[in-house]
Design a protein around this ligand. Structure first.
Ligand code: GAL
Length: 416
């Protein structure tokens, strides 16, 4: 039982405070952050809200990349029971916004000046018809490689800066009996690897033509065939038990030295940090060879689903908490991503985080910042899923690179 102070004035004040505390409803949040590193980052947000008297009803839906979460979301919305807030990516946010399913965040956005500090690349996926419909949490990027430093050192491997260096390193590790590439055999993970491989072969103009403009000639080009040939090389360097493995278990293989590399978005860094590992000492982070000047990004955002009226006080408080500079630093330091605001200091970020922030600013300035195809920031879900199907079928040996290119052209032309 809460002990109330004795004098009348302080009793009234205390009652008011607790009344306010009780009045604030919980927020129910649907998300797919279920790995160790993701949960650690999410706790930063939960604690931030609890400090404001807003309770958190957690609705985790496991499944990297969010496909399963989006399936559950559609069922909830169809049943007329949308969660308060939902983790979402890129074109999925725009689809829900255009459906009119999302609350209008313009009041809190204007009060807090979001338009001035959130980069255009994120605003493109957070606003519909001039209305803010989601709160950007971070900026992840997918063209990273994570390496176990002692494994590379023991085998005399320097950070590879070309495809040839990379394949030579894979051969060295294979000869040493170490799994060269830790990988989880799930379509979204193959697509995440394909983001980087395609960028390295097609270059920025080719990547945009293929996955943003859906240009048939580029999708069917010899360069695209070369990208699939390189995917076959990567397939030849994963272990026999890769199929169905969750991404964070592949990261654990690099953490424990069972594998040399993992090609994954920088949410993988959250797993290294959660395991107490230090960049530059225990692990290395570097851009996939051939993509050093590019960033293929995906920003996590929280969509505030319309609860039958203007945005609720809790939704506005959640959005405000997410965009606060202090939270933006505290959360992204743990998550492995970089802030969704351009005015957050990199002081608290480790070497990989600092590089990520530097890379993002440089890529945005030089026209080398592109939405990740694999994580819903290049084309709508129907196209993304069509590409998933072709890339994963090829990775699993269902057809050769020549056929993969033809399948890709057909699948995208049907899906778009
Ligand atoms: C991405 C998401 C990341 C992380 C990753 C693995 O789509 O942006 O925050 O959750 O999936 O599940």
């Amino acid at each position: 039982m809460r002990a109330f102070p004795k004098t009348k004035a302080t009793v009234v004040a205390a009652l008011m405070t607790s009344a306010t505390m009780v009045a604030a409803d919980d927020v129910e949040v649907l998300h797919w952050w279920t790995s160790g590193g993701e949960a650690a980052a999410l706790n930063v947000l939960k604690q931030d809200l609890e400090g404001q008297g807003i309770g958190w009803t957690d609705m985790p839906v496991a499944g990297g990349g969010g496909e399963q979460a989006m399936t559950v979301l559609r069922a909830r919305v169809t049943a007329g029971n949308a969660p308060t807030a939902v983790q979402g990516l890129g074109f999925d946010i725009l689809d829900w916004g255009k459906e009119g399913a999302l609350a209008d965040l313009n009041e809190v956005a204007a009060k807090e000046g979001w338009d001035e500090v959130v980069p255009d690349a994120l605003k493109a996926f957070a606003k519909v018809d001039g209305k803010w419909v989601s709160a950007p949490v971070n900026v992840h990027s997918t063209n990273w490689v994570w390496a176990n430093k002692s494994v590379l050192d023991a085998n005399g491997i320097a950070v590879p800066t070309s495809w040839e260096d990379f394949t030579a390193a894979l051969e060295t590790l294979k000869a040493a009996g170490i799994t060269p590439i830790a990988h989880g055999g799930q379509a979204w993970q193959e697509a995440t690897v394909f983001d980087a491989v395609a960028m390295s072969v097609l270059g920025p103009d080719g990547y945009k033509a293929a996955f943003v403009d859906l240009d048939e000639a580029t999708l069917g080009s010899d360069a695209m065939k070369e990208a699939f040939d390189r995917m076959a090389v990567i397939r030849a360097n994963v272990d026999d038990n890769f199929s169905g493995r969750d991404w964070n278990l592949a990261t654990a293989m690099v953490i424990n030295g069972e594998a040399g590399f993992q090609m994954m978005g920088d949410w993988a860094k959250g797993e290294f940090l959660n395991a107490g590992k230090v960049p530059g000492e225990d692990f290395l982070c570097f851009r996939f060879p051939g993509t050093a000047d590019q960033v293929t990004f995906n920003a996590d955002q929280f969509m505030m689903f319309d609860q039958g009226g203007p945005v609720s006080a809790e939704q506005a408080a959640l959005a405000s908490a997410i965009l606060s500079p202090s939270f933006q630093s505290a959360f992204n330091v743990v998550k492995g991503s970089v802030p969704a605001r351009t005015d957050v200091s990199d002081a608290d970020f480790d070497a990989c985080g600092k590089q990520g922030m530097k890379d993002l600013a440089a890529a945005a300035a030089s026209g080398n910042l592109f939405g990740s195809m694999a994580h819903g920031h290049a084309a709508p879900a129907s196209v993304k899923n069509a590409i998933y199907d072709v890339v994963t079928a090829h990775f699993n040996g269902e057809f050769d690179s020549e056929t993969a290119v033809d399948e890709l052209v057909d699948a995208v032309s049907i899906a778009k």
